[in-house]
Ligand binder design. Structure first.
Ligand code: AVJ
Length: 320
């Protein structure tokens, strides 16, 4: 394939750095300290997430990959050939080729905030799919994105795997779905991965594995703050916690302070009491009707669902 020139839409290193700074400052100043989950993914965090996807307890990646494999023919029949596949957050190195192989797309447009990651995965896919034009877009997929004009005339398929939508509270998820409904346009399709509500034991095991990989992933956020924002956070005084919040139907990850402490970040002083937490991630889970309602609220009509029962996970195809 041919990787066209990397399109830099909104993100640059200074911009990302400023946004990280602003999110950490605001997040550490709140009564319930909280930092958005998107900041997990520096180089170390991305590598740790890859390790998480290989854990026996972390079922979502395996379930979704299985669904794409087992239902490839049905999915391809429902989508049809000749679409431009626009992937929100390119990075699923194993899932994307499964989809591209199944549906014979006319173009592939990975959208990712990390230019390095984007270049790497675009090159790998280009080698694997000769003849497929690839137009990487370096941008934050949470914002409205201008798509390359080369794909303007093609029918689109949005691809949003991995249940990444689960990181967003409902209001933000609906905003994102509506924005992409606008960017992809009338007649477009969306294939989205959604994790289901299931027994709490299975959920907790997936987010608090005995090998401690998820703990390392969570704690790396503090290391990143120390490294990039001139922080003095005593990381060894924090521990990982994963809890099920039933009202919100989500797994929450927190970083728990083992003792009272004072530290500095970016020239500002912070205090934490013993037992106080920094809320670092939400991972919302959706029952079948919940997921369909969320999609409809975002302007998408569900057409078909392929799901796994145990542990439950779903791939949903919706139309604009
Ligand atoms: C990449 C957001 C889908 O919520 O399951 C994995 C991230 N966090 N283990 C998820 C994650 C802890 C993951 N997503």
């Amino acid at each position: 394939g041919v990787v066209r020139q990397l399109r830099q839409v909104s993100a640059d290193n200074d911009g990302i750095d400023l946004a990280f700074r602003a999110d950490v400052r605001a997040g550490l100043t709140q009564a319930q300290k909280a930092i958005p989950a998107r900041w997990f993914y520096d180089a170390t965090g991305s590598a740790l997430f890859e390790d998480i996807t290989a854990l026996p307890e972390y079922y979502p990646t395996r379930s979704e990959t299985d669904l794409l494999q087992r239902h490839a023919a049905a999915i391809a029949a429902a989508i049809g050939p000749g679409r431009a596949v626009v992937e929100l957050g390119s990075g699923s190195s194993t899932k994307t080729p499964l989809l591209l192989e199944a549906i014979a797309p006319a173009a592939y447009v990975p959208v990712d905030i990390s230019g390095d990651f984007l270049r790497g995965s675009a090159m790998a896919l280009a080698a694997r799919f000769p003849g497929l034009p690839i137009y990487p877009v370096e941008a934050d997929f949470m914002q409205a994105v201008d798509l390359p004009r080369e794909i303007a005339a093609l029918p689109k398929l949005g691809f949003f795997p991995g249940s990444t939508i689960g990181n967003m509270v409902a209001r933000t998820a609906v905003d994102l779905l509506r924005n992409w409904r606008g960017s992809l346009g009338d007649g477009s399709l969306l294939l989205i991965g959604v994790d289901r509500i299931k027994d709490v034991e299975t959920l907790i095991a997936a987010y608090d594995d005995p090998a401690g990989v998820t703990a390392a992933f969570n704690l790396n956020l503090l290391e990143r703050i120390n490294r990039e924002l001139d922080g003095t956070i005593p990381v060894e005084n924090f521990s990982h916690r994963a809890v099920w919040n039933d009202i919100y139907a989500r797994i929450e990850m927190h970083l728990v302070a083992a003792c009272a402490m004072d530290f500095q970040v970016d020239g500002r002083a912070y205090h934490m009491a013993k037992g106080e937490t920094i809320h670092s991630e939400n991972s919302h889970k959706y029952g079948p009707r919940d997921a369909n309602l969320l999609l409809r609220a975002g302007g998408w009509t569900p057409l078909a669902t392929w799901d796994d029962a145990d542990p439950a996970f779903a791939l949903i195809l919706a139309e604009a």
